[in-house]
Design a protein. Structure first.
Length: 588
């Protein structure tokens, strides 16, 4: 992340932050009674032929666990001891055991003395999780009532219609003077708050579009349960369209520039959208928002071309992409600096900044997407000039690798070959950490891999990168490594949590999320990936949040005030959708 804006907590439940929030699905979920923390294992499901590994908190002693069929009560197998492992931080020693010989679908118990954990083996092991993660975006929609027919007990009335949004003095143009209003409906609430941000929306949509392009048949056949489900378009593309249509309203029609965000001056308290009454503004147009917008609109124009449910969208998106790119070229220093803006314009704004101090990566991504859309050599020349020297996993503030992913679609192009080489070198380096890994994963083995949104930005996005390597080479070592990262998220980790709300035997109950806190429903909205262990513990400094440990991989607490470890966000859930869906599309 290039910008490390510190989240600032405000009284009365309001919160400033860099990273965002999300929601989940109303599906027939099966959540077992909570198991035992001694055995750390994927709490959702394994595919029959998948490698199956658990980690036992036993001091690293050589151990064998029984595998018992829950229905018959019979012991059907035992685990195989692989090795002892030691945490690089806490120095705790643990045992790593394998039970990959268990291939028959069913529900089982892993037993270690008096301790046990339920596990399940089934085909389509991650289908419900993927659908739930997508459904969270529907539950997180702004500008419409969320219907009980699709949301069940998480239904809610219309909030933030955004049909009268004010032009902040930082955002004026000849056609839109200060204080004028226009309509900017739809879109998703970004994170725990109720604002909408172009930078993060662009990244989130793009990551899911990439996963869709790589797995079209799978996503076309996946039913999520949203109001658009009866049309001919994939439910995933329908959900993305709801946000893309909002994004189009964020472009100034008079010059092509894109407003950085739609926001209230201050974060709302822990209330429902219908109870929010602050004015909502569009603020300053930025070069990063404009390039990000140009990139994702060009990408979407390709993906939705010929779509009969949205027949006019591809052409409109292409024109919007070119106009935003042209504006960004003319305003190369129009970076969004909220503190500086507040010294010049009123009202001051104190919501998420998504700031950035350079735009080479955004321009590289936009030029790549526009080249793929238009075949104009000028865009290729720009991308070649800005080509990164190495692959880095993408995040909202470092988007070059979204362009790198797309160059891989261009067989025979020199940039395609270069990006393939860089990506495979990155993935091979990731795999070198596995033999000594505390939880048998290629990610999460150094302290720097834990922090804001690490479960998405380290584990999920690394997993998507590994799946890309598998798609390029057919080498199953990359697929297996991506699944190992997913197993970590789903319970094989230092805290014993399945980090997705509504799934597993021990999942977050109190995410930092206004909708889940204020809706009067005991359970949080399901399908949301929380940020995860964050040794920075910034909320502990500001809010006095108590963490159970200072160790990098144990620095997580399931309480509402913990925005540093327990918030949710659309970019994090986008990464979950991409990883879980791609695995589910691939593993038979």
């Amino acid at each position: 992340m290039k910008s490390s804006e510190m989240l600032q907590n405000v009284l009365a439940g309001t919160v400033k932050r860099v990273l965002p929030f999300c929601l989940f699905t109303f599906l027939p979920l099966t959540v077992s009674a909570q198991g035992d923390d001694i055995i750390r294992v994927n709490q959702v499901a394994f595919y029959p032929q998948q490698e199956k590994v658990a980690v036992v908190e036993n001091g690293g002693k050589k151990v064998t666990l029984k595998v018992r069929n829950q229905q018959t009560g019979k012991v059907v197998g035992k685990t195989r001891f692989l090795r002892a492992t030691q945490s690089p931080w806490s120095k705790k020693r643990r045992a790593v055991v394998d039970f990959s010989q268990l291939t028959t679908p069913g529900r089982y118990l892993l037993e270690y003395g008096s301790h046990s954990m339920p596990i399940e083996v089934k085909a389509n092991a991650l289908t419900d999780l993927t659908a739930g993660a997508i459904k969270s975006f529907y539950l997180n929609r702004s500008g419409m009532a969320i219907d009980a027919a699709y949301a069940g007990k998480w239904a809610r009335p219309l909030g933030h219609a955004d049909t009268q949004v004010y032009v902040h003095p930082s955002a004026v143009s000849p056609g839109r003077p200060e204080g004028s209003t226009f309509s900017s409906p739809k879109g998703w609430y970004d994170a725990g708050d109720f604002n909408k941000y172009i930078v993060n929306s662009s990244y989130s949509v793009a990551l899911m579009l990439y996963a869709y392009e790589q797995n079209k048949a799978y996503f076309d056949g996946l039913k999520v349960g949203i109001p658009e489900q009866t049309n001919k378009t994939s439910d995933l593309l329908d959900e993305l369209m709801y946000n893309l249509e909002w994004m189009l309203t964020m472009q100034d029609p008079y010059d092509g520039g894109v407003y950085h965000k739609l926001t209230t001056p201050n974060f709302e308290g822990m209330v429902m959208p219908v109870d929010c009454h602050q004015k909502r503004y569009v603020v300053q147009k930025s070069v990063t928002a404009s390039y990000d917008f140009a990139a994702v609109m060009a990408q979407a124009a390709r993906v939705y071309k010929g779509n009969k449910d949205y027949p006019c969208f591809a052409g409109r998106a292409a024109r919007a992409a070119l106009a935003a790119y042209h504006w960004a070229l003319q305003h190369p220093r129009a970076f969004y600096n909220q503190g500086q803006m507040n010294t010049q314009f009123q009202p001051s704004v104190f919501t998420g900044e998504y700031g950035d101090a350079q735009a080479d990566d955004e321009q590289y991504w936009a030029a790549t997407e526009l080249y793929l859309l238009t075949d104009d050599p000028l865009f290729r020349e720009t991308a070649a000039r800005l080509q990164p020297q190495q692959f880095t996993v993408p995040s909202w503030g470092s988007v070059a690798s979204l362009g790198s992913f797309d160059w891989l679609l261009c067989d025979g192009d020199d940039l395609s070959s270069l990006n393939r080489k860089q990506l495979l070198a990155y993935c091979d380096k990731q795999l070198t950490t596995l033999p000594a890994s505390a939880f048998y994963t290629p990610s999460g083995n150094t302290e720097k891999e834990f922090g804001w949104g690490c479960l998405a930005e380290t584990f999920c996005v690394n997993g998507v990168t590994l799946l890309t390597a598998y798609r390029l080479t057919g080498d199953t070592k990359y697929l297996k490594a991506a699944q190992q990262n997913m197993d970590y998220i789903l319970g094989r980790n230092a805290t014993g949590y399945c980090y997705v709300t509504g799934f597993g035997t021990k999942s977050p109950q109190h995410p930092h999320h206004r909708l889940s806190t204020a809706d009067g429903v005991d359970e949080p909205l399901p399908g949301m990936l929380v940020g995860g262990p964050n040794p920075g513990q910034q909320d502990g400094h500001e809010q006095g949040v108590a963490y159970p440990s200072k160790m990098a991989d144990e620095s997580y607490t399931d309480v509402v005030p913990s925005y540093a470890s327990n918030e949710i966000a659309i970019n994090w859930n986008a990464a979950l959708v991409a990883l879980a869906g791609w695995i589910d599309a691939t593993v038979k």
